[in-house]
Design a protein around this ligand. Sequence first.
Ligand code: GDP
Ligand code: IMO
Ligand code: MG
Length: 428
Amino acid sequence: MSGIVLIGAQWGDEGKGKIVDFLAENADVIVRFQGGNNAGHTLVVKDKKIILHLIPSGILRENKVCIIGNGVVIDPGVLFKELKVLTENGLLSKSTSLYISSSAHVIMPYHKLIDTLRENIAVTKIGTTGRGIGPAYEDKVSRAGIRVADLLYPELLKEKLKTILEEKNLYITKVLGGDPFDFSTVFEESVRFGEMIKPYVADTVEHLNKYIRERKNILFEGAQGTMLDVDHGTYPFVTSSNTVAGNASIGSGVPISAINKIVGVVKAYTTRVGNGPFPTEEKSSIGDYLREKGGEYGATTGRPRRCGWIDLVSLRRAIMINGIDRIVITKLDVLNELDNIKVCVGYKYQNKEIETIPFGLNQIEVCTPVYREFKGWKKNISHIRDGIDLPVEAKDYLKFIEDYLETKIAMVSVGAERNENIVFENII
Ligand code: GDP
Ligand code: IMO
Ligand code: MG
């Protein structure tokens, strides 16, 4: 039995979806445990490109169980749109099932409006995806949330929603200057979603713990990235959930002891969407090169991603917090045409060179990167499947990362397609 948690080690969009889809071949169960449809996980199978926001990236495989755990926030409209696209493209296998936790919280229409209105008037804009993620998690913690189970009991939902909506409408109109929601419209839509979601709702905790007893291979699919974690990221420029590996247990209801491997997905360079510190950001032609070659435009919002060099200082922290024991490097092929490739090996901070993120309020903002430069390989590597065939410059680059982070690279992705990988070690 394996309980494997796969998380993003940077600011999201590391290529988690692609890697989960690849690894899912040998997994039995694939679980989302946090975040919501702020995530955009891209899968490319043959020449078909699919972007998943809520459904686990094992859904294209046969004979799998996909689970949306209690820690996820669900926008039912997005969920059903995603299911519709998959069905219309003939991508759903009858042998693969989807179960949704009855305890997962629902993103309501007022959450989305609050998210966008707040961003509009905020002095310090986070640059959220506008999907209502923060407001939905706030309501979860303040015990004013609507859960999936609530959608299944219209009479009880009516009472709950009445009280909640009254308060939300006051906040929306008086504080944020928006238009109020009509109770019947929100209620009726919620009941309709309840009917639609019912066939998928299950006690996912019982299911998962049964799979653990049956010694199945369970793959936990993280969303966002470590530097966007609400506790450990670049607060306040973070998302509203814990994105680190430890949350896989809480967000799905399995004991910590069920997890025995933690995989960190690391892009061969760095990107970030939205605002906040990003020490290795390149606002130069290098940044433009990475954006265009890497197709670095948000899978959820279409926003251009900010791009820059790989940052081993922040990655070292990600390795530590998550307990990453294997790394997957993605998008190495994007660096193919560069003469020189930089790697951030330290920060300059208060006239000193340091190798850890400095302690104190947002001190990462005042750090400038210290680089080590590598020679580029200037060759196409997307066809390579055996590490031995990599150009020596690419080997040197990977070896340096491995040594600096004191963590083994299990796999390197050299293209967006499912099978464009160099596997050094089987993860499952
Ligand atoms: P995620 O959110 O971590 O799943 O990542 P996204 O899907 O948001 O962004 C990753 C992007 O890179 C997608 O467009 C993928 O199709 C693409 N991709 C993933 N791995 C590779 C790779 O090794 N090489 C290239 N060129 N593209 C990749
Ligand atoms: P995946 O799973 C990259 C970013 C947003 C914003 C911040 C807060 O595809 O890697 P939110 O809407 O969550 O309140 O926005 O977090 N963000 C992501 N950035 N990849 C993601 O997901 C992200 N999900 C949220 O851009 O900066
Ligand atoms: Mg993404």
